[in-house]
Design a protein around this ligand. Structure first.
Ligand SMILES: Cc1cc2nc3c(=O)[nH]c(=O)nc-3n(C[C@H](O)[C@H](O)[C@H](O)COP(=O)(O)O)c2cc1C
Length: 275
């Protein structure tokens, strides 16, 4: 039951909810919107009907529109977004101090608003919060890489991982960059757009974190090491068996400050199709 409710004393009969419904499920009956019972199964629960209703007359899924954030004039301006997008950096030097759990919770709750294919919202995060677990992951990853280095034949894509072993043995941490936290982002293997969903979620997380002075690194080396070489480690950390781990991200307080953007505009690959 989608609990589609319209407060007729507030509804201005504008039909915006019907026009904005992704599958056109909402019909106007005697001037008021209705979600017919036989269409409910197709509703993907995107809540556009509630979000687009100016007088807050419409509720779905038992939600109160008054509990939504109000939007008028609240978006950051394009210049602020530009600064954020151009000014965020991959952080490779971190302070050891962990972030407060509440801060991490807040970042992830906001991140869960990122779009997902067919609104599946199936992205799951395992957050490594404590230094002890982080250090165990480093040790076990090094052990997996040392096993790899002993093999006679190594797939081309993993040669770089072998080269990392001596660095790690000397105490350098090219994989986890001494970050205090790791995000393991996965989704069940029946989530239709799981790869895109995770990449979008992590991209949003990265920008949100940067705006809060928190650094992140896409942890491609860790993903190769853990997903390809040490899947048992991921399972021991609680990744369900039916989940695909799509990507990992390091984060924490940066131990580095940047004073200007890099310059990449000349690299934008744009082909305009204009007659
Ligand atoms: C999918 C992906 C995987 C990455 N993996 C790593 C990684 O394992 N280690 C690392 O230090 N940086 C990694 N990076 C960061 C890139 O090297 C970085 O984005 C690029 O050099 C540009 O620098 P910037 O992010 O500061 O603009 C990765 C980035 C992406 C998008």
């Amino acid at each position: 039951m989608k609990q589609f409710r319209v407060d007729k004393s507030l509804c201005i009969q504008c039909g915006e909810c019907a026009k904005d419904c992704v599958f056109g499920l909402i019909t106007m009956e005697q001037g008021y919107p209705v979600l017919p019972a036989d269409k409910e199964a197709v509703c993907i629960e995107c809540q556009h009907c509630m979000a687009v209703c100016k007088p807050a007359a419409l509720s779905i899924l038992g939600l109160n529109p008054a509990d939504s954030m109000s939007l008028a004039g609240q978006f950051p301006d394009p210049r602020q977004m530009e600064t954020l997008i151009k000014g965020r950096r991959s952080i490779r030097r971190y302070l050891p101090t962990p972030l407060a759990s509440e801060t991490i919770d807040e970042l992830l709750k906001i991140t869960s608003h990122a779009p997902t294919g067919v609104n599946a919202r199936g992205v799951e995060f395992i957050v490594v919060e404590d230094p002890g677990t982080m250090s165990a992951i480093r040790q076990e990853t090094l052990a997996a890489l040392q096993d790899l280095a002993r093999r006679d034949a190594i797939p081309d894509n993993l040669c770089i991982m072998k080269a990392i072993v001596p660095l790690m043995e000397q105490g350098f941490d090219p994989v986890f960059r001494n970050a205090p936290h790791l995000l393991i982002a996965s989704a069940a293997n029946d989530v239709p757009c799981r790869e895109a969903d995770v990449f979008i979620a992590l991209s949003y997380f990265e920008l949100l974190a940067a705006s809060a002075g928190i650094g992140t690194t896409w942890c491609g080396l860790g993903k190769w090491a853990m997903v390809d070489l040490a899947p048992q480690l991921l399972q021991s950390l609680g990744v369900p068996e039916n989940h695909d781990v799509v990507y990992l991200m390091l984060f924490g307080k940066p131990d580095v400050e940047y004073y200007r953007t890099v310059q990449r505009d000349q690299d934008a690959h744009i082909r305009r199709l204009v007659k």
